[in-house]
Design a protein around this ligand. Structure first.
Ligand SMILES: Cc1ncc(COP(=O)(O)O)c(C=O)c1O
Length: 408
């Protein structure tokens, strides 16, 4: 679906033809339409913490506003936030980034946008492990680049294997995107997994890496997060380490993301951001600094709740005949396989030929919104977010089990 559908074509730049509406948004739109008809729709479709932003963070924002931090900021971020980010990278990731190697953006998403706008042009390839977060290929394509996919499998807990990476790299590869803990699968990569990826990268010195570590704090089973740039310090000069406060601190609406990387790339990205937005909301930056410097137990408390919900969701899914579910070791998504349901018919007579059919029928018949795996490049799966209340989760799981039970 093109955004320019129904509008006079000559107005639009060619790049608009490459800009499609993500299936995640399309599914949210269907759910909204049902709600508008008065139906009680429950959603596991959203990748957003259900917690409130910590009060101390909100107070820091309030103070910043009263203190007069209300003028244009430096384009690459306030010195106070950049210093907090440098401390965070050193403390949590064993990464040393100087102020000139750090920039703040309007969410992690703008980091990706800036990086690819600065570097990707027609003919360039970007290797993206599949399943993937939908925005990576969309942004690559917007700048005329070509996404090349490296498949990750349920049997490997959706980790990127070195052979799959090696096979995807060509002389035209500009970037590899790494996103672990992963959206949509919840897959993680430990130090040994990253070391194997680094080994491949050493054979291909023209490949840069965007390491999106935005879910780094949402880890279970006693795992510790490893950053690629710390595991392979010799590659640090070609790695962008992306992070943000959206997921870890329940701050999606504040729109603060950040990145550490080589100065020339940071400079180019800052130049783009200067023309696009002139920098990030000063109040949000003060809030983000308070979050990063705040007590770490806030994250641990949220993580403990996610861990409990994960157990509940995965054990329920595994008990449903026809479904499989790899244990997600990070983030807040489960990615159950539904191959056993394909080719069957729902209680209301809908034929399930694809995972999208499944998601549409589940919404229509049980009023539960989920996103189909093929929207993330690999079906037949579903992505369920467990960043929602226990009550909603329990009810969704009951309805999902009832839906599958009704298949013939
Ligand atoms: C993998 C991944 N990276 C980055 C982001 C961007 O988050 P934000 O722009 O809120 O920082 C998201 C948000 O859903 C995500 O899932």
């Amino acid at each position: 679906m093109n955004r320019n559908e129904g509008l006079p074509h000559p107005l639009f730049a060619q790049r608009m033809e490459r800009l499609s509406v993500p299936a995640t948004i399309a599914m949210a739109q269907r759910a909204r339409e049902l709600r508008a008809k008065g139906e009680k729709v429950l959603s596991l479709a959203l990748g957003e913490p259900d917690f409130a932003t910590p009060p101390a963070v909100i107070e820091a924002a309030h103070r910043a506003a009263l203190d007069g931090q209300t003028k244009y900021p430096p384009v690459d971020g306030t010195p106070a936030l950049k210093a907090a980010i440098a401390r965070k990278f050193a403390r949590e990731n064993a990464l040393d980034y100087a102020p000139g190697e750090i920039m703040v953006s309007n969410g992690g998403k703008q980091v990706i946008f800036n990086a690819f706008m600065a570097t990707v042009q027609p003919g360039d390839e970007v290797v993206i492990p599949r399943p993937y977060w939908v925005s990576y290929p969309l942004i690559v394509e917007m700048f005329g680049g070509t996404p090349v996919y490296a498949d990750c499998h349920e049997a490997d807990d959706f980790r990127l294997r070195p052979a799959a990476l090696e096979a995807a790299i060509t002389s035209r590869t500009k970037w590899l995107v790494l996103n672990f803990p992963n959206n949509p699968t919840g897959g993680t990569m430990g130090e040994a997994d990253l070391a194997a990826v680094a080994e491949v990268l050493r054979r291909h010195p023209h490949v840069h890496v965007l390491s999106d570590e935005i879910y780094e704090h949402l880890l279970y089973d006693g795992q510790r997060h490893a950053s690629l740039a710390a595991v392979a310090p010799d590659l640090k000069g070609r790695i962008l380490t992306l992070n943000g406060v959206s997921k870890a601190y329940a701050m999606t609406g504040w729109r603060v993301g950040y990145v550490g990387g080589p100065t020339p790339l940071i400079r180019a990205m800052t130049a783009i951001q200067g023309s696009a937005t002139s920098g990030i909301c000063t109040i949000s930056q003060a809030a983000a600094a308070a979050a990063l410097d705040g007590p770490p137990d806030i994250i641990a408390q949220m993580c403990a709740v996610y861990a409990r919900r994960r157990e509940m969701v995965v054990s329920t899914l595994r008990a449903i005949p026809g479904l499989t579910c790899a244990m997600p070791h990070g983030a807040f998504y489960a990615y159950p396989g539904i191959a056993g349901c394909i080719g069957r018919r729902t209680a209301e007579g809908r034929m399930l030929n694809t995972d999208e059919d499944f998601a549409i029928a589940l919404l229509a018949e049980q009023h539960v919104a989920v996103v189909h795996g093929s929207a993330f490049g690999q079906g037949p799966y579903l992505r369920l977010s467990y960043a929602t209340s226990d009550d909603i989760l329990t009810e969704c799981c009951t309805r999902l089990a009832r839906f599958v039970d009704g298949l013939s």
